[in-house]
Every structure is written in structure tokens, then in C-alpha cells.
Design a protein around this ligand. Structure first.
Ligand SMILES: [Zn+2]
Ligand SMILES: [Zn+2]
Length: 480
């Protein structure tokens, strides 16, 4: 799945996709909402006003995401928290979080590995316990998020604000027609996915509330604590944690692989999301079962998938070759380097320098202008004479002469920094065939016979490859 999305105004949809029937339309499929009629204008097509604002709100989601946690917090005031219940709530938080990260995300949305039926059932059950929608609904939106990252077709585009990408997109109604189309035929063929979608409310009640309550109640008699802490408040925590993949992971951190879109890598996001924090990597290599590629980076989702593989529960773990990963990293480094290079003064490009007669050069130098010719390039050092590290006398000795040999070891073997500094003072090129020689030399610096330029079209000048650097000083125009 490509992670670089076309910008607004570009051909955002693959023409082959347009020909496909809408994934919402088929009656044989488990649809998100039976009342949805694609022909009627959607509420989101109308502006929000004082009269209709409540119609824009998805009240069911408000209840699931905000209402239940508020009730849980109120109930917690009267409910003592026992250590056993706390530990159980934490374990169940981890399990239901894995249901989302290893199940919904890496298994179903990205098919980054394959799972046996028992593992699928486990992930569909605990993923349902996280109360974040069905696998089918979640994965469909997530595939659109990858396909159309940061565009209007991205269901949780961070360009609409951090809070919107975190939960605003669920609290406010969305137009199903706006969200980019994706192929979910594989999910419609997966009986576990279809069953979970059709029985979603039952799964939520059973795995979100009843099961954690039963464990604490039957286990150590803490029915109320199990319900409040391992049920309600644990749902709140796991929801907020996994929502961070859509918000924090597109907002905080570095972009080592590509900075054209918003996904970022950060340890804090990784800690909050069971390892989904290396999101710049993930958007570049979405079908890799890993998010963190270095062993010490926190990615318990990856570790779990690996353990399941050892147990024979997971197989076909997909992984990009490190050669491909490093290529992306190098290109991004190169881009940063080019940006940095573009901010520096490398002197007037040789092609833009005026051509000067040798006699004119000597004449101007005699009249008091501090001109020095090195390798056929004329430099105006008038303002630099007093600052010359080798003293005024030395630099003055070169004025009005061909100082190529002097500069390149005849008198003093100038440093790389000196060649760089000299290039910022260049004002002309000597005529007499020599300017052609200079350009030829500049070309010859590159093995392939042409000047290497960065992405901004600026010539890349490597250390030791400045045009004034002459290993064996050649006869200049003046001497010839
Ligand atoms: Zn993302
Ligand atoms: Zn993803």
C-alpha cells in the first residue's frame, strides 16, 4: 500500500478503484449502518448551526468514548481499588491493547502476518474488549488513512487538528462518501471478521465489561472493582492510548524516512501505544510486522507476534529487507543535507561570473582593487587583506598575479576552509581559453562527466574539489 498520498487536487483515486462498486453498497455485506442511504444528502454536507449542531454529533460514540468513562470516574470515588484488581486491570489493558495493535492493526488492516484460527478468535475477542469499533470498520478506515494520509479522504487527518485526529473524528459524524475508498474484500472473506462485525454489541458487552468483571468477581470476590476498574476505566485508558496512534504519532517526533507527510517516530508514543510509536517507519513500510526495527526500541506488539510465531500460532511474518529500509533513511538524510547546503554561501556559480581580460585584471589590481587570480578565477580580497591569517604581506604579494601555485602550496598549502572562503569572494573568470578550462575542470571533478547538483539545482562542492584546488599547478592564462 503506497504511503505517499497524492496532494489535494491531484488524481487522488486510482481509476481502477472508481470502477469498483462502493464497499458500502452491497447488501450481502455487513454494512456499518442499515439506515445509510448514499442518495440522501449527508448531515456533514450542511454547515453546523445553533439549530442543527446536535445532529452533527455522533451520540453513540460520545457515550462510548466520553460518557462511560465519566460514569466510571464517578463510581471510582465509592469503589475501593484492591491490588489484585489493579494488576488484573493492567493485564487486561495490555491484552485488549494488543487486540487493537497486533490484531486490528497489524493482522487485519495491514496483513503483515498470518494467524491461525485460535489466535484470530483471541485477537477479535480482546480487540472487541477495547471498544473501538469492529475489525471491519476499523480496518477499512485505517486502510483509507494510509492510502490518503493527510488529505480530506483520510478519516483522521491530523491536518484537521490534533484533537480531531485523536477523537474528534469519532465524536463528530463523518460522511462515509468523503472517506477514501479501499479494498476490504479480504476482510469480507474472513469469517472471524464478519462474525465479529455482525455481533459487535454482544462482543463489546461480553469482552469489554462482563468478562473482566467475572474474572475479578469469581477470582477474589471484587465484582464492583472488576466492573469499574478492569471494565470501564480500563476501556477508557486503552482507548486513549490507542487513539494516540492517530494523533500523537502524527504530531510528535522525528521523520527519519520521509518528511512529506505527517507520520513521526517517538519513544513516548511507542510507550503509550504498545509499540506503535515508530509511525514514520510504519507509514513507509506498512506491511512490515514490526514498527520498531532496533531491538532495544519498545515494541511489545512485535515481540508478541514473534512469540506467537514460536508457539506456532502466527506465520508468514512480513519484513522489509534492511537494504530497502536504509535506502529510505539515506535519501531522507540527503534531503536534509541539501536543505542545509542551500542555506550556505558557496560563492557565485562559475557560469554566472563575468569574463575578464587578463590585462583588465592587472589594470584593476594596479588601481587599488585587491584582485587575486587563482586557477583562472578572479577573487576580490580587498576587505579580507586585514583579516588574512597569514598576514597582510603574504596576501598582498598575490594581488594582480596568477596566484594559483602560491595558493596551492607554492607559498602555503591552504586549507579546505580557505578554498571555501575564497570561493565566496570570486568576481570573475579570466578570458583566453582559460574560462573554458575552468568549466572543463569543474565538469571533470565528477567522474561521470557532469556537475553533481543537489535537489535545488545547486552544485555540490565536495571537500578538496573546489575549483581553486589545483594539485599540480598548471600554467595560467597570464603565464601562457
Ligand atoms: Zn498513521
Ligand atoms: Zn497502519
Amino acid at each position: 500500500m503506497p504511503s505517499h498520498q497524492p496532494a489535494a487536487g491531484m488524481m487522488a483515486v486510482d481509476p481502477d478503484f472508481v470502477k469498483q462498486p462502493s464497499p458500502m453498497a452491497k447488501t450481502t455485506e455487513p454494512n456499518r449502518n442499515k439506515n445509510y442511504d448514499p442518495k440522501k444528502p449527508h448531515i456533514t454536507d450542511m454547515p453546523i448551526t445553533k439549530k442543527n449542531w446536535y445532529k452533527h454529533v455522533n451520540w453513540l460514540n460520545v457515550y462510548f468514548i466520553l460518557g462511560i468513562p465519566v460514569m466510571g470516574m464517578v463510581a471510582a470515588v465509592w469503589t475501593p481499588l484492591y491490588l489484585k484488581t489493579f494488576v488484573w486491570a493492567f493485564i487486561y489493558y495490555f491484552a485488549t491493547g494488543l487486540g487493537i495493535t497486533a490484531g486490528y492493526h497489524r493482522l487485519w488492516a495491514h496483513t503483515s502476518y498470518s494467524a491461525t484460527l485460535p489466535l484470530k478468535i483471541f485477537l477479535a475477542a480482546v480487540g472487541g474488549g477495547a471498544v473501538e469499533g469492529s475489525i471491519r470498520w476499523w480496518s477499512r478506515d485505517h486502510r483509507a488513512h494510509h492510502r490518503y494520509t493527510d488529505t480530506d479522504k483520510d478519516p483522521y487527518s491530523v491536518r484537521k487538528g490534533l484533537l480531531y485526529s485523536h477523537l474528534g473524528w469519532m465524536v463528530m459524524k463523518q460522511n462515509p462518501k468523503r472517506i477514501g475508498r479501499t479494498d476490504i474484500s479480504d476482510l469480507n472473506d474472513d469469517p472471524v471478521v464478519v462474525w465479529q462485525h455482525r455481533n459487535y454489541i454482544k462482543v463489546v458487552l461480553a469482552m469489554g465489561l462482563i468478562f473482566p468483571t467475572l474474572v475479578a468477581g469469581l477470582g477474589w470476590g471484587d465484582w464492583l472493582g472488576g466492573f469499574v476498574y478492569a471494565g470501564i476505566l480500563r476501556i477508557f485508558v486503552v482507548q486513549q492510548a490507542t487513539f494516540c496512534v492517530n494523533s500523537l504519532a502524527h504530531w510528535l517526533g522525528e521523520q527519519p524516512f520521509d518528511d512529506r507527510n505527517s507520520p513521526r517516530d517517538h519513544m513516548i508514543t511507542a510507550f503509550a501505544t504498545l509499540g506503535e510509536g515508530y509511525h514514520n517507519f510504519h507509514h513507509e513500510f506498512p506491511s512490515d510486522y514490526r514498527n520498531a526495527i532496533v531491538w532495544y526500541q519498545y515494541d511489545p506488539t512485535k515481540w508478541s507476534i514473534w512469540v506467537w510465531k514460536q508457539l506456532g500460532l502466527a506465520y508468514d511474518l512480513k519484513q522489509f529487507r534492511s537494504n530497502e529500509i536504509e535506502k529510505g533513511r539515506v535519501q531522507q538524510l540527503q534531503k536534509k543535507l541539501d536543505q542545509k547546503r542551500a542555506t550556505l554561501d558557496w560563492g557565485t556559480p562559475l557560469e554566472q561570473l563575468p569574463v575578464m581580460e587578463w590585462d583588465d585584471y592587472i589594470e584593476q589590481a594596479k588601481n587599488g582593487r585587491g584582485l587575486i587570480a587563482v586557477a583562472g578565477v578572479v577573487h576580490d580580497v580587498t576587505d579580507f587583506i586585514k583579516d588574512h591569517p597569514g598576514g597582510k604581506a603574504m596576501i598582498k604579494a598575490g594581488i594582480g598575479k596568477d596566484a594559483t601555485a602560491m595558493f596551492n602550496g607554492g607559498v602555503y598549502y591552504h586549507s579546505n576552509a580557505a578554498h571555501n572562503l575564497l570561493s565566496t569572494m570570486r568576481v570573475g573568470v579570466i578570458r583566453g581559453g582559460c574560462e573554458v578550462e575552468i568549466w572543463k575542470k569543474a565538469h571533470a571533478d565528477n567522474k561521470e562527466g557532469k556537475i553533481v547538483k543537489d535537489e535545488f539545482g545547486n552544485r555540490i562542492v565536495r571537500a578538496g574539489a573546489q575549483v581553486t584546488k589545483v594539485i599540480e599547478p598548471t600554467a595560467s592564462a597570464g603565464a601562457a
